[in-house]
Structure formats: structure tokens, C-alpha cells
Design a protein around this ligand. Sequence first.
Ligand SMILES: Nc1nc2c(ncn2[C@@H]2O[C@H](COP(=O)(O)OP(=O)(O)OP(=O)(O)O)[C@@H](O)[C@H]2O)c(=O)[nH]1
Ligand SMILES: [Mg+2]
Length: 233
Amino acid sequence: MKFSVVVPTYNESAGIEKLVRRLTEVFQSARRDGEIVVVDDNSPDGTGAIVDGLEREGLPVRCLHRPGKMGLSSGVIDGWKFARPESEIVGAMDADFSHDERVIPAMIAAIATGGYDLAIGSRYVRGGGIENWPWRRKITSLVACWMARPLTPVRDITSGFFMVRRSALDGVELDPIGFKIGLEVVMKAKYQRYIELPYVFVDRVAGESKLNSKEIVNYLKQLGKMYRARLAR
Ligand SMILES: Nc1nc2c(ncn2[C@@H]2O[C@H](COP(=O)(O)OP(=O)(O)OP(=O)(O)O)[C@@H](O)[C@H]2O)c(=O)[nH]1
Ligand SMILES: [Mg+2]
């Protein structure tokens, strides 16, 4: 099964080339036909031009250029539309090496042959974890996940690292609010079985964080909408 991984970027020039090369190696050694779709929001640091150069070099990557900073979730959604039509699996990961690309073959196998429709990279199942985050961020993350527990049994609901059978998204309207596209997919996609596969999250090694208090408010708004929809039903 072919797949496309969407990597949204804003000012990720410090790491994007290394990430694309690493992903290419992972795809090759797992003998999987994967495409990398970078969605760049006209990063002032030239991330998009670097990706165009890698595409010209023949690496399995294409860049969707958007005119300005339009948000992580909307980037992932646009990237899925831009992904080659042959890809039956689509997914998302961050550009800052927080998400372990070596888990991707297991995610693809879970969907292609394991009978799952959704594979989520998870910090909160056995074998998963977080390295070098300050305790304050760890607690914020745990509270964020805990707040969604009445809605879903998924443990790492704020994970931005996952793969999904593309057909599960057909006709599904995803709200591009904020950072948590994974929550939208878990709550709205049409899937039967999901699996959480462990990985160890490492804090970004290069570039600057784009997570700010506005995104925390967006997450609360997003959850609020979902609780209201649940109550209405
Ligand atoms: N295209 C696009 N990408 C974005 C935008 N905001 C964030 N990103 C990307 O989304 C990914 C996640 O952003 P991060 O800044 O790493 O957010 P985080 O992981 O919650 O926080 P840190 O790891 O502490 O930086 C990265 O690849 C960013 O470059 C945006 O507005 N547009
Ligand atoms: Mg990050």
C-alpha cells in the first residue's frame, strides 16, 4: 500500500533536509512506497526552497507552498488533498524530530496488513515516553490528554503523529482549528479499529517552537465543540 506523510513546516530550515533524508532511508529499508508532502507556509527562513531542491534531487518529496502562516491543522488537511491519489494511507508528523520516523513502517503495516484503519504514535502506552521535557510541559500534556478521556479511549489524543486509511476520511469534515488534527481524526474519521504504537518523544532539537497559549485556547475550544456535539446526541 502506498502512503503519504504530511509534514507541516514553518521555519524548519535547520532540520528539514535531514528529516527528508531520514524518512527516505526508513521507507527504503522497509521496502515501502512512501511519499513525503511538506506543507510550507512561505517560511521566511526558506524551508520551502530547500524542499523544492530535494525534490529536484529525486527524493520522494513534494512541497505544497501556501502563501502565509495558516496553521498546523489546516496544513495537514491541505497536504492530504495534495497527496498523490495512489496513496491509500495518509498521515502526519512534525518536522522537528520529536516524532520517531522509525515507527512509520509498523504504522503502515498495521493498516496495510494488520486489520487496523488508524495507527497512532503514542507516548502513553507501554514502551512509549517523553525525553527531555520539563515537568511543566509533561503535566500540561497529561492534563490535555486526560481532558479528552470521556470522549475517547485513545491515550495519546494530542499526538500529532499518526497514519490513517484514506477512505476513513472520505466525506469527513475536519475542523482546521489549532494544533490538534489528531483529535479531529480520532473523533470524526470513519474507522473500525485503531492501534496506538509506542514511541519516545524527544523535545525539538532545532528551530523554534510554534506552540503558544493561543493554541492551548484553541484546544479547549476544540474540546468544547466536541463535548457539545456529544451532549446534543
Ligand atoms: N505549515 C505550517 N506548519 C506549522 C504551523 N505551525 C506549526 N507548524 C509546524 O507544525 C509542527 C509542530 O510545531 P511545533 O512548533 O513543533 O509544536 P509543538 O511540537 O507542539 O511544540 P515544540 O516541539 O515545543 O516546538 C512543526 O513541524 C511546525 O513547523 C503553521 O502555521 N503552518
Ligand atoms: Mg514540536
